[in-house]
Design a protein around this ligand. Structure first.
Ligand code: ATP
Ligand code: MG
Length: 456
């Protein structure tokens, strides 16, 4: 019979666990704090440890760290009372077998225990990956990822795993689902956290420029190259190179990229000296690469080299339970950025947002919150501040009388003016928010005869 050690400062919880586990055929030993737990680990030699995170004295992570130093391997299941991305990532990084939130469903507990016990015999698993070089808190926390939905929790755990190994990662997901944010989190939460992160948008450049961007060039290798230039691979050093929109690179460049991955070295455009490649590659795409492979537009061998580990991000409509938290998160973030103080959410706002399908995913939601902050006159974000792209036929529209409807250019003019005023006429910022180029913004300023000052 397998022996399970339950460490929790709450007597009632220990008792509940004991009843359930004894009934399931395990021997149970208990400890009411971390240091007592560690003593029991030595004296009782349990096959599995279930520990609470928050306890007086040592917390669960500290218990875990001590357990990992032991010569023998014993899986640890971490329990916590509240969902916390950073804590999830850290627990898994430091070798917890699983991270469960209380209250734990009995069937989840049982199946996790079975898997954990099996893992000892079948795998060398994560316990070796000890946390030297743990992340600098700042970058991790500034790349906050909101998500309580089950799919997101699984992703956080995976980030914990891969951030401690330099495997190549492919992130797939519709536009605006957070691919870049995930890439940053992988980079900043693990062994690369103090190394460079270099981002390349593969769709923004022509083939020749992209190659020189990636690999660098030597002076005179093409018309504009008046001096030697380091490429992104070189700049990334032994950090991370993030290849965004990887589907957009030409077949020629794909061959070159494949060679770099296989041979772990590359040459500058026009150069001969091989330069070693040490960076981890994280690639992202919103296209279906397998489909592109079938169409002959993407190389299968490169695909397999990139997707050593794959993260599939769910669309927002598949995780509408996260909308509430995301809105709160964006209010925080955007209030701070634009010096506003919209701190309350009116009745029905979340319900309205949950009805929408969000084709632009989290980015679209963020923009909707930003628009609403701009429209809000006081500290409450109300339903009427929310502009959704395809609200055709929704109940709110029917409340509006046809005569009240404005022309498109009237709305556009006012909106542009509002945004410009909000960012104190910082045109770069305004064009970013409006998602138009600066020349387009300038053209519209001229067309609508806009100027700094009160709305006319
Ligand atoms: N889970 C999340 N929690 C908080 N913010 C998020 C989350 N997901 C995305 N965001 C925010 O949404 C915006 C879009 O995210 P990001 O740029 O990472 O998406 P993407 O998948 O790379 O989109 P695209 O395919 O269009 O490049 C960013 O401002 C990002 O900070
Ligand atoms: Mg992106």
């Amino acid at each position: 019979m397998e022996k399970i050690l339950v460490i929790d400062d709450d007597k009632i919880i220990r008792k509940l666990f004991k009843i359930a586990l004894v009934k399931a055929g395990y021997i149970v030993v208990e400890a009411e704090n971390g240091s007592d737990g560690l003593l029991q680990v030595h004296s009782e030699r349990p096959d599995l440890i279930i520990t609470d995170y928050q306890m007086p004295g040592m917390n669960g992570l500290e218990v875990l760290a001590e357990v990992r130093k032991l010569k023998f391997r014993v899986p640890v299941i971490m329990l916590t009372g509240f969902g916390d991305v950073v804590l999830t990532i850290k627990s898994i990084q430091q070798g917890a077998f699983e991270f469960l939130e209380k209250p734990v469903k009995p069937e989840v507990l049982q199946s996790t225990i079975r898997k954990a016990l099996l893992s000892v015999s079948t795998s060398k698993n994560l316990t070796e990956v000890v946390s030297k070089n743990l992340p600098t808190e700042g970058m991790l926390e500034s790349n906050i990822l909101v998500g309580k939905a089950q799919q997101m929790k699984e992703i956080f755990k995976n980030i914990g795993l891969i951030s401690m190994n330099k495997v190549n990662v492919l992130i797939q997901g519709e536009t605006g689902t957070g691919k870049e944010l995930i890439a940053r989190l992988i980079h900043y939460s693990g062994i690369t956290s103090d190394k460079p992160l270099v981002v390349v948008n593969c769709s923004a450049l022509t083939e020749t420029l992209l190659e020189s961007e990636l690999f660098g060039h030597v002076k005179g290798s093409f018309t504009d190259s008046i001096r030697d230039k380091k490429g992104k691979f070189e700049l990334a050093g032994d950090g991370t190179i993030f290849l965004d929109e990887i589907s957009e690179i030409s077949l020629n460049t794909q061959v070159k990229l494949l060679r770099v991955i296989q041979e772990l070295e590359f040459e500058k455009v026009g150069g001969e000296q091989p330069i070693p490649m040490k960076a981890r590659i994280i690639a992202a795409t919103n296209k279906n690469l397998e489909e592109l492979i079938k169409q002959g537009k993407f190389r299968e061998d490169l695909y397999y080299r990139l997707k050593v580990f794959t993260i599939n991000l769910p669309s927002l409509k598949e995780r509408k339970e996260d909308i509430n938290d995301l809105v709160i998160h964006f209010l925080h973030k955007l209030n701070k950025r634009f010096n506003r103080n919209v701190t309350k959410i009116g009745d029905g706002v979340i319900e309205l947002l949950q009805k929408h399908d969000w084709p632009g995913n989290v980015r679209e939601l963020e923009n909707a919150v930003l628009q609403a902050i701009i429209m809000a006159k006081n500290d409450v974000l109300e339903k009427e501040h929310i502009i959704l792209n395809d609200r055709g036929g929704s109940e709110d529209d029917s409340e509006m009388h046809v005569n009240q409807l404005q022309t498109l250019s009237f709305v556009e003019r006012n909106h542009i003016k509002r945004v410009l005023d909000l960012v104190r006429w910082n045109k770069l910022e305004a064009s970013r928010i409006l998602d138009i180029t600066r020349p387009t913004l300038n053209a519209k300023i001229e067309k609508y005869n806009l100027a700094q000052g009160p709305v006319v």
